[in-house]
Ligand binder design. Structure first.
Ligand code: UDP
Length: 351
């Protein structure tokens, strides 16, 4: 029997890129003939992405993916989807992801992210699926005062916004499921996902958009000014420092994580946690300058910006030590130069 995989949040930014990589590299990862089940409630994801993924799978001689338009908050529908899919593993991307929105609507984030994930894990248990790859975030580290940069996975957690708190609660639910019924998992703590697929099929598309790079590119294209949130942080130029990682490098980590899950099983059920980043921090002003270099030819002008007050919930510096992913998974970020991130994001924005 060819394997089956269920992907939640497949119509979203990172989910769609990972499914694209799964389809293109199925054979290389021992997933010949894989039957994909794409689950999304389309509250923030895009039907268009699902349609493109279905066409792509068929053009790669894979079975047409099964679409489950299901919310994680709908337990019976979720259980039905798992029962039908009988997946070998679940890749769980679906979540609300805006820091700013989570500060305004924390309860919605708990309902959707934490309770939704608990529903998913219960449905997995019921259907006998014991393998999970989970999307977590650097936001679980919060403001790691006194910690050495870049941050290894052993850095004490301490989220500073409700989004990070919900992701940490989901990680804790995974640990509980490991103890209670032997769930095997890989947890990826992404730093700042950015960039777009080199195929041009997928890219960053959030409504409303809150992330730096797409907002910067849009502002530049319209000749408007980007709002820079805070210039009084304790960083080299006063603006926040982040570790931007290309979404195609994240996708590659998922393929390696899926493969490694089988090997981890012999080592017991504890979750395997990996930071995914480049160990390189870039400040907001440095991103603006790098964007000017990429856009110069197309726009013939610089990128304007204004300094605004700090955005609630922002950490000053988040930079990843990903040595563990390199050593254990053999992962290497190869698409994540700031130039490639900005160029692919710009090509996507122009479409
Ligand atoms: N940022 C900014 N202006 C914007 C959007 C973001 O100055 O319009 C800053 C934000 O305060 C943070 C960094 O850019 O310091 C990255 O923010 P983003 O929302 O992209 O990712 P986050 O780190 O919050 O996950």
């Amino acid at each position: 029997m060819p394997p089956s995989l269920l992907i939640t949040g497949a119509a979203g930014y990172i989910g769609s890129h990972c499914v694209e990589a799964l389809i293109r590299q199925a054979s290389a990862y021992g997933l010949q003939g894989v039957q994909l089940h794409l689950l999304d409630d389309l509250s923030t994801g895009h039907r268009e992405f699902l349609e493109k993924l279905c066409a792509l799978a068929e053009s790669h001689r894979l079975p047409r993916p099964v679409i489950h338009e299901v919310s994680l908050t709908d337990r019976p529908a979720l259980e039905q989807a798992l029962k039908q899919a009988r997946p070998e593993a679940v890749l769980h991307f679906a979540a609300l992801i805006s820091v700013a929105e989570s500060v305004q609507q924390p309860d919605r984030y708990v309902r959707n992210n934490v309770e939704g994930s608990q529903n998913l894990f219960r449905a997995m248990q019921k259907s006998g699926c014991q393998r999970l790859v989970f999307s977590s975030t650097a936001a679980v580290y919060g403001n790691p005062a006194g910690a050495h940069l870049p941050l290894p996975e052993s850095t004490p957690v301490g989220p500073v916004n409700p989004y990070g708190e919900t992701k940490l609660a989901m990680e804790n639910a995974i640990a509980e499921a490991a103890r209670e019924w032997g769930l095997h998992s890989v947890i990826f703590r992404y730093f700042n996902a950015a960039g777009a697929s080199s195929s041009g099929l997928f890219g960053e598309w959030h409504e409303p958009e809150t992330h730096l790079i797409p907002l910067l590119l849009r502002a530049a294209a319209r000749g408007e000014k980007l709002k820079v949130f805070g210039s009084d942080y304790d960083t080299r130029d006063g603006t926040c420092v982040r570790d931007y990682i290309h979404v195609e490098d994240l996708a590659c980590a998922h393929l390696l994580g899926l493969k490694a899950l089988r090997a981890f099983e012999s080592q017991g059920a504890a979750a395997q946690v990996f930071n995914l980043g480049t160990a390189r921090g870039t400040s907001v002003l440095e991103v603006i300058r790098a964007a000017e270099a990429v856009l110069k030819k197309d726009l013939g002008r610089g990128v304007g910006y204004d300094i605004h007050p700090r955005r609630p919930g922002d950490s000053a510096v988040l930079v990843a030590d990903s040595a563990r992913a390199r050593e254990i998974l053999g992962w290497e970020p190869v698409h994540s130069s700031m130039e490639n991130i900005l160029r692919t994001a710009w090509e996507w924005e122009r479409r």
